[in-house]
Design a binder for this molecule. Structure first.
Ligand code: GUN
Ligand code: ZN
Length: 434
């Protein structure tokens, strides 16, 4: 059998980084994507590409859409089982639901089982890369990377570090946080497709000594990711100011310990000051927009004016389990409504950008993920836009690409995901009997 596989479908992606979403999107209505083993070798109009690859095995997906595998830039795998827990705002929600749930991950067998369930949820929703928080237990991060490696997924993940202001059974200490994180970096970072993220939970749960220990690692490993939370909730911000009175604000706490830089991804960023936005832009750090979580916990309305002004990359994220869906398109739908409430509507295709080429470009990974350019890894999603009566009525075959993606962001969920391919292998197929 030939190793070349050609997928015939409508195809949509951003080949280059851009801020002009309508102008710079590439669309092939009758398109072809050719893959060979793990990588994409060609993309274009079906007629042209098929003539170039007459020996390829053809998968006919006419009527469906191919987009790049989606990138969820902030979520918590141990919170899968506690999604949609009724509660008050952030700090109460953390104490009441999150900490007790995360304690279960001290059991490696439990962590292994939940890793599988979590990755299945990602794939079912078309997400092929996640920036994922583990728990304080380093074994729980080993479990997740092991499970992702079996599927050859490009996963970014890290052990949560916290040594104060959380239950004693969930606390590490500065030395163990540093040692465990270093061990995990050596074991997983750049091994296969895995990437490591230093993961202080947020400033209130790390002592200054722990921040200093992680700051040393940040300097020692300049290409690891850094993921944490920033300016999510007003009460949280006041708390940070009282815990770090010598710092010039919340972002400054991370800055003091060398954690504001490229590949730093800060969850939420709802209440940042102008100076903090300026610093984010200078440092090339990214802000993760978590609309369903921000609404669910009543944290506030993210505003796009400042990140645009100061050239800060904004990347989409579910923030499960405070986020209420694993589905990235649906997440963008909620984000769009947040922008509407502020009379500054996001563009129809802006969400797709913020979950594909946008984050890939922010993280220096456009040669691997985030687009369908030849040479990149074959991580892609096949969408079935007309998955029920309503979407059949709403979306005619000749609908514009922006309209299809926008309508799915409002009406869609995992029912719109027909297949999810990772590194040239179909890892999820809707309605497939096991
Ligand atoms: N801040 C610190 N930890 C968390 C968490 O688990 N979820 C959210 N949404 N915010 C946090
Ligand atoms: Zn979070």
């Amino acid at each position: 059998m030939t190793q070349l596989q050609l997928f015939r479908a409508s195809i949509l992606h951003f080949p280059e980084p851009t801020t002009q979403f309508n102008r710079d999107v590439a669309c092939f209505r009758d398109g072809a994507l050719v893959i060979e083993q793990q990588r994409i070798v060609a993309v274009g109009q079906f007629e042209d590409v098929a003539a170039q690859y007459p020996q390829a095995q053809i998968h006919d997906h006419r009527g469906q859409w191919i987009i790049p595998g989606l990138i969820d830039s902030h979520l918590h795998y141990p919170q899968t089982e506690m999604i949609a827990r009724y509660g008050k705002q952030l700090l109460h929600w953390l104490e009441t639901y999150t900490f007790p749930t995360e304690d279960k991950f001290k059991d490696p067998a439990y962590a292994a089982r939940l890793s599988e369930i979590f990755l299945q949820q990602l794939l079912k929703n078309g997400t092929t890369t996640g920036l994922v928080f583990g728990t304080v237990h380093s074994g729980a991060v080993d479990s997740l990377f092991s499970a992702a490696s079996e599927k050859n997924m490009a996963l970014v993940a890290g052990k949560v570090c916290m040594d104060r202001n959380c239950p004693p059974f969930l606390q590490d200490c500065p030395q163990s946080a540093q040692q465990d994180s270093a061990r995990l970096i050596d074991k997983w970072h750049n091994q296969g497709r895995n990437l490591y993220a230093l993961t202080p939970r947020f400033a209130p749960t790390s002592s200054e000594a722990q921040m200093a220990a992680l700051g040393e690692l940040a300097q020692q490993y300049p290409d690891v990711f850094i993921q944490t939370h920033l300016s999510e909730n007003l009460e949280e911000i006041e708390w940070v100011k009282s815990l770090y009175p010598e710092c010039g604000g919340y972002l400054d706490v991370y800055d003091k310990y060398h954690m504001v830089r490229e590949r730093s991804v800060f969850g939420h960023c709802i209440h940042l000051t102008d100076d903090e936005w300026i610093r984010m832009g200078e440092a090339r750090a990214a802000a993760a927009f978590c609309p369903t979580s921000n609404l669910f916990l009543g944290s506030g309305l993210f505003n796009f004016v400042k990140p645009r002004l100061h050239n800060v990359d904004v990347v989409m994220a579910t923030d499960v389990g405070a986020g209420t869906t694993f589905n990235m398109l649906r997440t963008y739908g909620e984000g769009y409504k947040i922008s509407q409430l502020q009379n500054d509507p996001l563009a129809p295709l802006e969400g797709l950008y913020m979950m594909t080429q946008g984050p890939a470009s922010a993280y220096g990974l456009t040669g691997e993920i985030g687009n369908l350019n030849p040479g990149t890894m074959a991580d892609f999603v096949i969408l079935s836009p007309q998955f029920d009566e309503l979407t059949q009525l709403r979306l005619a075959d000749e609908s514009e690409p922006a309209d299809v993606i926008f309508a799915l962001s409002m009406l869609g969920d995992d029912r719109a995901i027909a297949q999810t391919w990772v590194a040239g292998v179909c890892q999820y197929e809707k309605n497939k009997k096991e």
